[in-house]
Design a protein around this ligand. Structure first.
Ligand code: AMP
Ligand code: ZN
Length: 415
């Protein structure tokens, strides 16, 4: 099957190729969660997306190595830790605070049948020396500097002078009409405020006792973007990351800055294929706690929905399109899913002896499935299931075999 991914970097569908076609190993990185709270169902869409991409690679005979970061230190995790452990909270308290959300995240992955046991998780607090090392090397190369406020920033001006591709993930003309200059310490900011971003944030009074010390960088903690560059480096060494995934809101600034940091350090392409999943909306609005439309898997379970129904709902729409989540849509997904399961039950116990038929028909279905899945078109691939049920040429066991085989990628526990 010729995998064909919509690459955010080139804005087109591209044939998936490895640098060395003989080597089937794929360096596969998915941006992971910030564990300051329970994941909402929008977050979970981006992990189901990564899981389908990973399964499609395996289905096609690749051996992807899947790595995911766990962001267990940032403004939000520190705020949560202080709320729970008080003004004197230390790194150990931060670890305790984030541990319960990390475990809850793992449980969510399991409920959605995401292949958790095949993922190498790397917590940010476990790679602080690697992050510090990365930053010091950037300083040595002239791409980072320690400012008066004690924090260390990435110099976009220097990077742009040497590489000329800052913001290419957003678009060719990203820098047009923008002034480079100001500095920004917070992790998330808008495109209009193009700023040198913090790699190492100096310890501040509102961080309690949560900091790491370093002879060059001083007391502080990593900014958000540097962790993923450092973790890619740790996991894949000097090799280019083949595939990097996330939700579309990560294109800027997070992924844009990951590219700048890693390319500044290594002087070569950081990632070949950038894959981004569109957002999940609730009642046509962005999910927000304040809007009372913030759902977790627990909320779905409390209404007696098995989380796998949510996975089925996600797979019914292309990942390049927004999904508007409503309870009605989840209800109809449940009906559709149960209908498939019931039909499979009947197939599982064929009553009469079945006639021998040729293989051509099943080959056609497999080819059609591969065509859809090669571009991660799960909606199109799911559509084949009803055709298979209705097909009079196929025997019950052929139907069952086909669905079993498709389910390696769907991960819907159909059989
Ligand atoms: P965070 O835990 O905030 O770092 O986000 C984890 C992942 O969820 C990232 O890949 C985000 O892009 C993604 N994400 C956040 N909100 C949504 C949403 N409403 N729909 C889909 N993905 C989202
Ligand atoms: Zn990341």
């Amino acid at each position: 099957m010729a995998l064909n991914f919509q690459n955010t970097l080139t804005k087109q569908k591209e044939l998936f190729k490895l640098a060395d076609p003989e080597n089937k190993r794929v360096n596969f990185y998915a941006c992971g969660p910030t564990v300051y709270n329970y994941a909402h169902i929008g977050n979970l869409r981006s992990y189901v997306f990564a899981d389908v991409a990973y399964r499609a690679l395996k289905f096609d005979g690749y051996q992807p190595k899947w790595v995911m970061n766990i962001t267990d230190v940032d403004d939000k995790t520190i705020r949560g830790t202080i709320a729970e452990f008080g003004e004197k909270a230390k790194v150990d308290d931060l670890k305790k605070y984030t541990e319960k959300f990390t475990e809850a995240f793992f449980a969510d992955l399991d409920k959605l049948n995401i292949l958790r046991d095949q993922i190498t998780f790397i917590k940010v607090t476990d790679v602080i020396p690697e992050i510090q090392d990365f930053i010091v090397k950037l300083i040595d190369k002239g791409y980072a500097y320690r400012a008066d406020d004690g924090s260390t920033y990435f110099s976009i001006e220097k990077y742009q002078k040497d590489f000329g591709n800052y913001g290419e993930l957003v678009g060719d003309k990203f820098l047009e009409g923008k002034k480079i200059g100001a500095r920004v310490k917070v992790d998330e900011y808008e495109k209009d405020n193009l700023s040198d971003f913090a790699l190492w944030k100096a310890h501040a009074i509102d961080d309690a006792q949560i900091f790491w010390d370093h002879p060059v960088l001083g007391k502080g903690r990593p900014g958000w973007h540097i962790e993923c560059s450092a973790i890619n480096q740790k996991a894949f060494g000097d090799q280019t990351t083949d595939i990097h995934t996330g939700g579309i809101d990560l294109i800027f600034p997070h992924h844009t800055n990951e590219i700048a940091q890693s390319e500044a350090l290594n002087g070569k392409k950081f990632v070949n294929y950038w894959l981004h999943a569109e957002h999940l909306l609730v009642d046509n609005k962005k999910m927000a706690k304040s809007a009372d439309n913030f759902y977790t898997l627990k909320d779905l379970e409390n209404k007696n929905f098995d989380p796998i129904i949510f996975r089925y709902l996600l797979l019914q729409t292309s990942f390049t399109q927004k999904i508007n989540f409503t309870w009605e849509s989840l209800n109809s997904a449940q009906k559709g899913y149960e209908n498939i399961k019931n039909k499979i039950k009947v197939l599982g116990s064929p009553t009469s002896s079945e006639p021998e038929v040729g293989l051509q028909e099943t080959e056609n279905y497999l080819a059609n499935f591969a065509k859809n899945i090669s571009s991660l078109n799960t909606a199109g691939a799911l559509g084949l299931i009803s055709k298979i049920f209705a097909d009079k040429e196929l025997t019950a066991s052929q139907k069952l075999d086909l669905i079993k085989s498709f389910d390696q990628v769907f991960g819907l526990k159909l059989t």
